[in-house]
Design a protein. Structure first.
Length: 362
């Protein structure tokens, strides 16, 4: 009965209640049928998992560390449950703030999973994906890129190109490729991801639209701002149709469309796009929302680049005041706004002679 209640709480999205119920159940099952009984070990795994989900990843890590020791002793090091608990221990180690240790734990687990379960077993593939993920989180995107590239190849062979896990691995391969500094290759990988997600999920699925956003970003970062502008223009239309004009995704697409419009050499059009966005963002999110303040930053920069540095200076003067009030005087956004204010003020006194500092995003 207690196990049923605990599982219901867990499935209902209440990990704190489930954690407490599983804790009681661990005590009861440690007494009968005993601490080393498989059911007790399973209950401890649920307790540790819910502990992490309830917001305490460090305790979850420690609970799984102890469970791995006991599972190894009771069931053996190669038992599937022992391997599963090792994976959970590695996961919560990373979630607790130690990505390098998580990477190393998953690397060792990948070797053992390959030996025990085989290289093509789904659990081995999942372990490899986690290893690649935490490699990237540990600050090595180039190695993560290479790990994901190999995983995409094997996942395509084993699961098929259209399997969800294959597409997820392709997404991470594209992301790590971009993070490793190769935006052109990342762009091409995201193009392949768009094709796969459109085929499997449909063109209007959230994941497909997300892939299109990443593809457009990489297109611009790879040196084609006009291409990025046009891709985001289409995304603005599709996002408004799928999500609604006032949805955050729609506003976000409009912000980046305005940015790349300026980057493609049309600051007047960018200024006008940002001006409309400031009005809409203020109405939808509020004047003090961080996204509204960021949009105002873009509008001020575009105004200056459109040939009016004095107005850009005045816009940043107000923005510095508002950022200070909302974020504090020493917040990075406030400090950046002050720096940009000084730059545009200087340019306004230089008779409007243009300088190039289009990077408005903080």
């Amino acid at each position: 009965m207690k196990s049923g209640y605990a599982r219901v709480a867990m499935d209902a999205g209440d990990p704190a209640t489930a954690r407490d119920l599983f804790a009681t159940l661990v005590t009861d099952r440690s007494r009968v049928p005993g601490a080393d009984h498989p059911d007790t070990l399973t209950t401890r795994a649920f307790h540790a998992h819910c502990t992490g989900k309830a917001g305490d990843p460090a305790s979850a890590r420690d609970l799984f560390a102890t469970l791995v020791t006991d599972s190894t002793r009771v069931l053996g090091p190669d038992h599937p449950d022992t391997l599963t608990n090792r994976g959970r221990h590695a996961l919560w180690t990373g979630m607790a703030g130690d990505p390098a240790r998580a990477r190393d734990l998953f690397a060792t687990l990948g070797t053992d999973s390959t030996r025990v379960l085989g290289p093509d077993h789904p659990d081995t593939l999942i372990c490899r994906q986690n290893h690649a993920d935490w490699t990237g989180e540990a600050g090595d995107p180039a190695s993560a890129r290479d790990l994901f590239a190999a995983l995409v190849t094997d996942s395509t062979r084993i699961l098929g190109a259209d399997h969800t896990d294959t597409l997820d691995a392709l997404k991470r391969h594209a992301e790590c490729t971009g993070e490793a500094g190769d935006q052109a290759s990342a762009r091409d990988l995201f193009a392949a991801l768009i094709a796969g997600r459109t085929r499997v999920l449909g063109p209007d699925h959230t994941d497909t639209l997300e892939a299109r956003v990443s593809h457009a970003h990489c297109t611009g970062e790879a040196g084609d701002p006009a291409g990025a502008r046009d891709l985001f223009a289409t995304l603005v239309t599709d996002s408004a149709r799928v999500y609604g004009t006032d949805h955050l995704h729609s506003l976000g697409a409009r912000v980046v469309h305005a940015h790349w419009t300026g980057g493609a050499g049309d600051p007047v059009r960018a200024r006008d796009l940002f001006a409309t966005l400031v009005t809409d963002s203020t109405r939808i999110l509020g004047a003090d929302h961080p996204d509204t303040l960021t949009t105002r930053t873009g509008h001020a920069h575009a105004t200056g680049h459109a040939g009016d540095p004095a107005t850009a200076r005045d816009l940043f003067t107000v923005l510095v005041t508002d950022n200070t009030r909302v974020f504090g005087a020493h917040h990075p956004d406030t400090l950046a706004a002050r720096d940009w204010l000084m730059q545009w003020a200087q340019q306004a006194t230089d008779n409007g002679r243009p300088r190039r500092f289009w990077a408005w995003r903080s």
